[in-house]
Design a protein around this ligand. Sequence first.
Ligand code: GTS
Length: 208
Amino acid sequence: MPPYTITYFAVRGRCSAAKIMLADQSQQWTDIVVNFEDWMKGDLKATCVFGQLPKFEDGDLALFQSNAILRHLGRNHGAYGKGAKEASLIDMMNDGVEDLRLKYGRLIYQEYETGKDQYLKDLPDHLSKFEAVMARNKTGFLVGDKVSFADYNLFDILLNHLVLSDCCLDSFPSLKSFVGKMSARPKIKAYTDSDEYKKQPINGNGKQ
Ligand code: GTS
């Protein structure tokens, strides 16, 4: 039995970064896929701490909140920096990814038809912050010289943005190189090439 279980809807959504991380760290997990009709019955929702998925189980530990899940995996698999300072910087960068993910989610779920042009105009300003950190660090990772959970999270949200606009990284050489190198990591490539990954839509409303 794999040690981890992930309960979520049939989308990549907020689980994709964790799954990419698990694949890259040679970990296995069991997926429990919840369909919307079952979710609407409310029984599972009532058991979720914040009434939402994803739910992540590591043995008898049940976790909610996708970023708490990433942090847990960072601790379990040595992807949380070397020492307290790096860990704090990784937290900071992951919070920056969360800010971008929230903006992306607002576009996808609330403003896709009316807000896409403006979103793409504003995007370089957001990406430039990550570009600066990545360029300054020079290791190909956000913090330190080893991949962290924040890198997997950034990688995942950048993949979503490349679907939104395939040229969005053209002015950001460090981010473009980061995505190229992360995509080429053999276990990530095997996972993102898999039917399991490809068959799932990025978002629940089919917009991307
Ligand atoms: N902050 C939470 C996290 O990061 O895990 C947000 C979780 C969340 O928004 N879950 C949505 C949900 O459960 C699904 S998704 O947005 O991740 O696709 N929605 C159903 C509901 O009843 O709220």
